[in-house]
Write a protein that binds this ligand. Sequence first.
Ligand SMILES: Nc1ncnc2c1ncn2[C@@H]1O[C@H](COP(=O)(O)OP(=O)(O)OP(=O)(O)O)[C@@H](O)[C@H]1O
Length: 227
Amino acid sequence: MTGSAAIDGTAIFSQLDLTLTPDSWTCLLGASGVGKSTVLRLFAGLAEGVTFTGDLSVPGRVAMMAQQDLLLPWLNVLDNVLVGARLRGDRPDKGRARDRLAQVGLADHADKFPSALSGGQRQRVALARTLMEDRAVVLLDEPFSALDALTRAQMQELTAELLSGHTVLLVTHDPNEAARLGQTILIMTPSGLVNVTAPTTPIPREISAPDVLRAQTDLFDQLRRPT
Ligand SMILES: Nc1ncnc2c1ncn2[C@@H]1O[C@H](COP(=O)(O)OP(=O)(O)OP(=O)(O)O)[C@@H](O)[C@H]1O
């Protein structure tokens, strides 16, 4: 993505230059309102009302997972995982959906309704639904931010494992999360992207690994700097 975006004539960002590295996790941080979600929505083709000027190329369709699990309360867990196929009018592949639920540790919850699940379990259903789409590019918009610290850490690990080999763009406000998962770490500012050196060890990294703590501190410093 190279270009500028505006809503109703008001600039959201200008001359942003963002290239995702294939098969790798890119983490995008930055102040509230700087335009991170707008970037994701543009990549996803869901940026209604946003005027983008520039070049934007997306290799095929993408999958997206957001902070809210967006599960449909009137469908059971299995049907929520199958919702993409149903919306497209494809034949639902229940066997594959059950496999995805097993991958996220919810094989025994397929017939339950979302209201009977914990927040962490609901987010795992959302992950199973994202995996069901089987897209090379996956966009994650603060998917773990509403979870308690322990569940968040577990979800980070599970998602990194299951999305291995995908091209991932993760928007997060959490420097530790970026330091654990980022293979490229970028801070979005009104004047462009700042590249912060990411650890080079494989992901997911341990929460308190020395290289993670170093990158986390570095990120805090950069985020605190006035732009
Ligand atoms: N539908 C809309 N109409 C008008 N302005 C909008 C609309 N959606 C977003 N904006 C504005 O666009 C800017 C960027 O919003 P965006 O959600 O992309 O920021 P963000 O960096 O993801 O913020 P946060 O970290 O708080 O989620 C903000 O100033 C916001 O007020």
